[in-house]
Write a protein that binds this ligand. Sequence first.
Ligand SMILES: N[C@@H](CCC(=O)N[C@@H](CS)C(=O)NCC(=O)O)C(=O)O
Length: 232
Amino acid sequence: MITLFQFPPAFNVPNVSPFCLKLETFLRLSGLEYQVQHLSDPRKGPKGKLPFVKVDGQTLADTEVIIRELQDRYALDLDAGLDARGRGWAVSITRLCDEHLTPLLVYFRWLEEAGWRQVAPVLLRDVPGPVRPLVGVLIRRKIRGEMRGRGLDAHSRDELLTFARQDLDALDGMLGDLPYFGGAQPCSADAAAYGILANLILSTLETPLNHMAREYERLVAYSERMQQRVWT
Ligand SMILES: N[C@@H](CCC(=O)N[C@@H](CS)C(=O)NCC(=O)O)C(=O)O
């Protein structure tokens, strides 16, 4: 049995973390049985982040590492129907979602005041009241440091929004009129894409990035289609 350790649901999406939602979507698309254990403190994970899994006594962390290991262990391949070009697209879409669009989501949630005012009361609710302000300062400092490490903090707010627009244009263009990024059936990239797009489009959070993503009719329809297929 696989145990998935992840944040609890919030803001009307199955998981507020694009990475947790990506992994659980992958598990569901693969038909693997799993149980969920909710954690609010990512420091409990072996790599200091959520999600992580325990499978047959082994702990695995990082969605890409977990997905690769589970595919090997259970002889699965969500990309089996893709040719080499399709597999390349799947990796590229996943990297765009994980390594570029998600850090932009994090910026508008945690560092911009309007986002912070929405997420802090919900995501820090398990932190004892007296230390909550300090924990908030430390989390934001850490996120700022990570933005710096990625070179994103050098950009103006408008430049960050332009990057997000390019990412969303790219996703919209690659999806086109197909039902899934995998074509007629979802592939591995659909787990990553749904993880972030549900958090932008279906979430009740109101940030400039959420508003921007909701302008893309095909991505909205896609998020609803994935939700219907995987989550109902
Ligand atoms: N590369 C990791 C990223 C996971 C990740 O960044 N998780 C975030 C939540 S969305 C986290 O736990 N952040 C807490 C922190 O960095 O302290 C993966 O693919 O699993």
